[in-house]
Design a protein around this ligand. Structure first.
Ligand code: PRP
Length: 174
């Protein structure tokens, strides 16, 4: 496995992202206001766990399950919700956390769905971004690393269900 992003490089970037997001949240909402971190399963579970610990704000954590159907290696935009939030986000400040934005179809679907629920604010953060693959406009507000069009695994990301437990992000070699 070729290492693209080491565990140390990821940890340093996550700390920086956490500090930026916490600062922006305080500026937007005030010192004591809660932030609701919404982790998109499954891929974001490792990133969300580390990012949560880098966010020095009053934090709640919620999970969303999504599955996309269609093409095998890229989402089709036909996104289905498999697990919904446990609590209402109306009037709450929400941070949506994804592992990767590829075509952008999943993020776009989730933004539409969550906006309709009336959050006070909705901010997005993705560890990885593949801008060359985008099929809809837009990306996450906060991005850990922009990468090229390579198939990455580890740190939550899988291939056929495996490799999510790797502590680094690697490129699968043929
Ligand atoms: C991945 C990732 C995003 C989506 C991004 O999920 O976690 O949700 O694909 O792709 P897009 O920008 O092209 O929509 P995946 O379908 O691999 O499910 P998983 O997180 O459960 O592994």
């Amino acid at each position: 496995m070729k290492v693209l992003l080491s565990a140390d490089a990821i940890a340093a970037r996550v700390r920086t992202l956490g500090a930026q997001i916490a600062r922006d949240h305080r500026a937007r909402a005030g010192e004591d206001e809660e932030l609701v971190l919404v982790c998109v399963l499954k891929g974001a579970f490792v990133f969300a766990a580390d990012l949560a610990r880098a966010l020095d704000v009053p934090l709640r954590v919620e999970f969303l399950g999504v599955q996309s159907y269609g093409e095998a290696t890229a989402s089709s935009g036909d996104v289905r919700l498999t697990l919904d939030l446990g609590h209402s986000i109306a009037g709450k400040h929400v941070l949506l956390v994804e592992d990767i934005v590829d075509t952008g179809l999943t993020l776009s679907y989730l933004l539409g769905m969550l906006r309709a629920r009336g959050p006070a604010s909705l901010t997005t953060c993705a560890l990885l971004d593949k801008p060359s693959r985008r099929r809809v406009e837009g990306g996450a507000d906060h991005v850990g690393f922009a990468i090229g069009d390579v198939f990455v695994v580890g740190y939550g990301l899988d291939h056929a269900g495996l490799y999510r437990n790797l502590p680094y992000i690697g490129v699968l070699e043929a």
